[in-house]
Design a protein around this ligand. Structure first.
Ligand code: ADP
Ligand code: MG
Length: 222
């Protein structure tokens, strides 16, 4: 069995509120292997987004170690190390949020090309990814000219075009109706299996969570 692509050891994060540190994540450990999917579940406010933000570097942990593809990150204040970590994230970690974060001034196609380029994976087959995700016909449209479901499919095409080792998805279908959400989730899981990348998916949707290989419930973890 391959070793974990993502390993988290004793990760802690809290937020100051009224002069007091309120813990959100307390000494959390987990591991995800290539091709595996982990659902992060728990009531609203249980720390799902906080965990994913720590994993993609949007927030800094108070304590603990995050290892991606054999490279470890901890709160060291070592800037050269932080630069290496940022580089690793740019190349290897694909992130999907509840709302598709597309550049409004670029067509869907150019959004995909830009993300692939930043990851060093521009292949010339970016249109192919949009087609695989079912939005090939919309490739030359701009984000404000497509539906929410189509924008989220383009966001997934961006992530897969960068050939990521790890995908972090925070409520990726949370703003879609049930039918569209299921169709987008079908695409996400099919492509994730095919590319054998690891997936960490935060959701309050138990049906979506049950499609993952493993589940981590953060309720009561704070
Ligand atoms: P979830 O995604 O599970 O709904 P979050 O990770 O967004 O939960 O939030 C967990 C807790 O941390 C909540 O109580 C929230 O208010 C708090 N929190 C999250 N981000 C911040 C922040 N930047 N500053 C202060 N408190 C925050
Ligand atoms: Mg959240």
């Amino acid at each position: 069995m391959p070793g974990p692509i993502l390993a988290v050891e004793r990760l802690s994060k809290g937020f100051k509120s009224g002069g007091q540190l309120v813990p959100v994540l307390r000494s959390l450990s987990l591991g995800v292997r290539p091709g595996e999917s982990l659902a992060v579940v728990g009531r609203s406010g249980s720390g799902k987004s906080t965990l994913l933000n720590l994993l993609c570097g949007l927030q800094t942990p108070d304590d603990g170690i995050i290892t991606v593809a054999g490279e470890s990150f901890h709160r060291s204040g070592n800037t050269s190390f932080e630069a290496r970590w940022a580089e690793l994230r740019r190349r290897s970690i694909g992130v999907v949020f509840q709302e598709a974060n597309l550049m409004p001034a670029l067509s869907l196609m150019d959004n995909v090309r830009l993300r692939a380029h930043l990851a060093g994976h521009l292949s010339g087959n970016e249109r192919g990814w949009l087609e695989r995700l079912g939005v090939g016909a919309e490739a030359d449209r701009y984000p404000d000219q497509v539906s929410g479901g189509q924008a989220q499919r383009a966001a997934l095409a961006m992530v897969f075009a960068m050939s990521p080792a790890l995908i972090l998805a925070d409520e990726p279908t949370g703003s879609l109706d049930r039918h569209t959400a299921d169709a987008v989730a079908d695409c996400l899981f099919a492509m994730q299996r095919e590319t054998a990348c690891a997936l960490v998916l935060a959701t309050h949707d138990t049906e979506l969570a049950s499609r993952c290989d493993h589940m981590l419930d953060l309720s009561g973890a704070g």
